[in-house]
Every structure is written in structure tokens, then in C-alpha cells.
Design a protein around this ligand. Structure first.
Ligand code: 9D3
Length: 262
């Protein structure tokens, strides 16, 4: 029997989660009972005529703030139902979601309650009393925490044992600390552009070597910070270091359309 990972999303927009429940790898993994999702709408935990879940900020300012009590009552329901071992709020001021965090969630075998902020934010007293971690997915402005919560679930579910059909999740480039080499498929020639010859050669060792070299070059160009990290982690061989010194001509990789946006 495999252990199923449980997520509970506290959200004003439960139907948004159909995006991960009804599509792709996450859908299949849920059908295979590798994970489950329950959604909880804070509106269902208020009883006033307008079913109020937000109010104006004390001290003034724009927008509305999510009230603590409806969120706390929703979370109590999650806990009574056996979920929410760890409580994560998705908010722009949180710690960044990283590959390391994603793997930690996937490995811990703990149920996660994901509290999705809306409007200007969540009453801080709910965060202070009920939340274990506040997480953001990056420095850009979303309309609420739902898409961030789905990004987190998607990333965690891919790491669950058996969720991926092919190349084990441990193989993936972020674990290796490098970006992927470029990918090619049929036809061998498209718009007069040939696929790199080595990929058609059937020499698996040479193909692996070419891909490693390309991954190094692409990462050095696109994400020099990742090269530095891989180096510090001892993930770069002497041959890797040698190939990194062969500097490819700069900017030649940008096509005409990309250059116009520079
Ligand atoms: C001007 C202050 N804004 C914060 C930068 C207001 C604000 C913008 C967006 C308050 C809340 C939101 C809603 N965003 C989220 O709930 C959110 C989020 C995000 O916007 N970016 C990255 N990760 C996340 S996780 C939740």
C-alpha cells in the first residue's frame, strides 16, 4: 500500500482547482490515489446575511482584508476531518517556494492545508496563530493564492513515488542543478533546419556527453547563479569545468524576434 498525500485548500474559489484535478500528470496521479484534494470555502463557515469573509483594513488604505474567523473555522473543519498537519498560507510576502522545499513536502508524508489569500491579504492574527509557513512563488503579482497553491501541489505531486512515468523525478535537471539541453523530435529537417547530427547517431554515450555539454553552456548563459551552486555542491566534474571555459559566442542564440525585444 502506497501512502497517499493529502492536501486541503481553503479558498474562496474552489472550482479553480479543477485545473490540476482534471488535467495531465496530476489528474492521473490522483486517479491512482497518490494524492487527494479537499476544498473548503470560508464562506461556508459564516452565517450572516451577506456571508461576509472580508472587511476594510484598520488604519485605512485600499482594498479589503480576509477576516481571521472564517479562515480559522474552515481550518478547524480541516483538522477535524483529519487534515492540515502543516498549515501553509500562500501570500506575496512569504518565503520563496524552491525545489528543496517541494522535495521536503513530498518526502515528509504530512498532510498540507493551503490557505489561499485574496484581496489585499489575510488578517495577520490568523497567520500568527494558525499558520506554520507563509510561501510565495515569486516576485510578481497574482490575484490571489490559488494559482500559487496549485503550483505547489503540482510540483509536490510530481515528486511522489510513481507519479512520473518516465525519467525519475530525481533525474530531473533541477535536482542535477542544471537546465535541460534543448529537445528535438520528428521531422529530422523542419523549415530547412536539421536536428543536431549526434542525436541521430544512436551513440548513447556521445549523446549523453553532448547533452551534458549543452546543459552546461545553456545554464552558464541563462543562469550563471545555478552554475555557481552546482560547483559549490561538487556537481561539476573536471571535464565539465573544462567545457565551461570554452565560451560560446554571446547573443548568437537569440533569434530575430527575441532581439527585437532587447
Ligand atoms: C501592493 C501590495 N501588494 C502585494 C505585493 C498587494 C497584493 C497583491 C497581490 C496583495 C495580495 C495579492 C495576491 N497574491 C497572492 O495572494 C499570492 C502571490 C503573489 O501575488 N505572487 C507570488 N506568490 C503569491 S502566493 C499568493
Amino acid at each position: 500500500m502506497i501512502l497517499m498525500m493529502r492536501f486541503d485548500a481553503i479558498t474562496l474559489f474552489p472550482s479553480m482547482f479543477s485545473a490540476i484535478v482534471e488535467h495531465g500528470i496530476t489528474q492521473r496521479a490522483q486517479v491512482e490515489r497518490r494524492w487527494s484534494l479537499r476544498t473548503w470555502n470560508p464562506r461556508d463557515f459564516v452565517s450572516d446575511a451577506h456571508r461576509t469573509i472580508d472587511d476594510r483594513p484598520f488604519g485605512g488604505g485600499p482594498g479589503m482584508v480576509m477576516m481571521a474567523q472564517p479562515l480559522a473555522d474552515a481550518l478547524t473543519a480541516v483538522t477535524k476531518d483529519g487534515g492540515g498537519a502543516r498549515v501553509i498560507a500562500l501570500a506575496p510576502n512569504g518565503d520563496r517556494l524552491t525545489d528543496a522545499r517541494v522535495r521536503q513536502y513530498a518526502g515528509a508524508g504530512e498532510s498540507l492545508a493551503l490557505v489561499c489569500g485574496r484581496y489585499e491579504g489575510i488578517d495577520q492574527r490568523f497567520i500568527d496563530v494558525c499558520v506554520d509557513e507563509v510561501i510565495s512563488i515569486g516576485d510578481f503579482v497574482l490575484s490571489g493564492g490559488e494559482i500559487a497553491a496549485m503550483a505547489l501541489i503540482d510540483a509536490v505531486v510530481r515528486q511522489l513515488p510513481g507519479a512520473l512515468k518516465e525519467a525519475s523525478a530525481a533525474d530531473e535537471s533541477f535536482a542535477e542543478g542544471l537546465l535541460d539541453a534543448h529537445h528535438y523530435t520528428r521531422p529530422e529537417s523542419w523549415e530547412g533546419i536539421a536536428v543536431p547530427e549526434v542525436l541521430l547517431s544512436g551513440h548513447h554515450a556521445q549523446i549523453a556527453q553532448w547533452r551534458r555539454r549543452q546543459a552546461l553552456a545553456l545554464t552558464a548563459r541563462q543562469r550563471p547563479d545555478m552554475i555557481e551552486r552546482a560547483r559549490s555542491a561538487g556537481q561539476l566534474s573536471a571535464l565539465d569545468e573544462k567545457q565551461l571555459k570554452e565560451k560560446p559566442s554571446s547573443e548568437k542564440h537569440l533569434n530575430q524576434r527575441q532581439l527585437e525585444h532587447r
